[in-house]
Design a protein around this ligand. Structure first.
Ligand code: ADP
Length: 189
């Protein structure tokens, strides 16, 4: 199974992707996690990405695509993958389609978690206090939501227009939302 999970920052993509990974034994590929590992390890990519991420902006398409292509080439993607945090703009949608076509592994479906922005702001505040991620600072969250509306909502619209999107209510208990996603994904398993 090859899926993309979409949703605003704080919509629960990472949490749900971890369950989906276990259920279907596929790789969970989070571009945010990969970038944070580069920052932690002080790699050349990490050095370029750090300040951009802390400001809530997007890292350059070219850098993220190179990192993703490397990750998709790893063995653990044989059963498929859930992509979390990519694509985030229309350029990345095209780049992903091209990359996956070149390896004969097209996407099955895009799943979007829908959560109202006021709930998101509250969740990010809690995460900021618990984990101290700099980009969960309320001012930066506002910027991330602005970029999401501007650049990632068109991604959602493109998958919807192409008949490749399912939308799931992302408000509720984590387990309820996992169940909704699993019900939706059954036909693709
Ligand atoms: P969230 O979805 O909650 O915003 P992520 O962990 O997915 O958090 O991403 C954190 C940051 O990493 C983003 O704000 C951005 O700076 C960078 N990033 C992650 N994925 C991408 C991507 N596909 N393109 C550009 N930048 C990205």
């Amino acid at each position: 199974m090859r899926i993309v999970i979409l949703g605003a920052p704080g919509s629960g993509k990472g949490t749900q992707a971890a369950f989906i990974k276990e259920t279907y034994q596929i790789a969970h590929i989070s571009t945010g996690d990969l970038l944070r590992a580069h920052v932690r390890n002080g790699t050349p990519l990490g050095l370029k990405a750090k300040s951009v991420m802390e400001a809530g902006q997007l890292v350059s398409d070219e850098l993220v695509l190179g990192m993703l292509a490397d990750r998709l080439a790893a063995d653990d993607t044989r059963n498929g993958f859930i992509l979390d945090g990519y694509p985030r703009n229309l350029i990345q949608v095209a780049a992903l389609d091209e990359l996956l076509a070149s390896v004969g592994q097209p996407l099955d479906i895009a799943v979007k978690l829908t959560v109202p922005f006021d709930i998101i702001v509250g969740r990010c505040e809690i995460r900021f206090k618990a984990e101290g991620r700099k980009d969960d600072n309320p001012d930066v969250v506002r910027e991330r939501l602005r970029i999401y509306s501007d650049q990632t909502e068109p991604v959602v619209a493109a998958y919807r227009a192409a008949g490749r999107l399912v939308e799931i209510d992302g408000v509720g208990q984590v387990a309820e939302i996992t169940q909704r996603i699993q019900d939706t994904l059954k036909p693709y398993a």
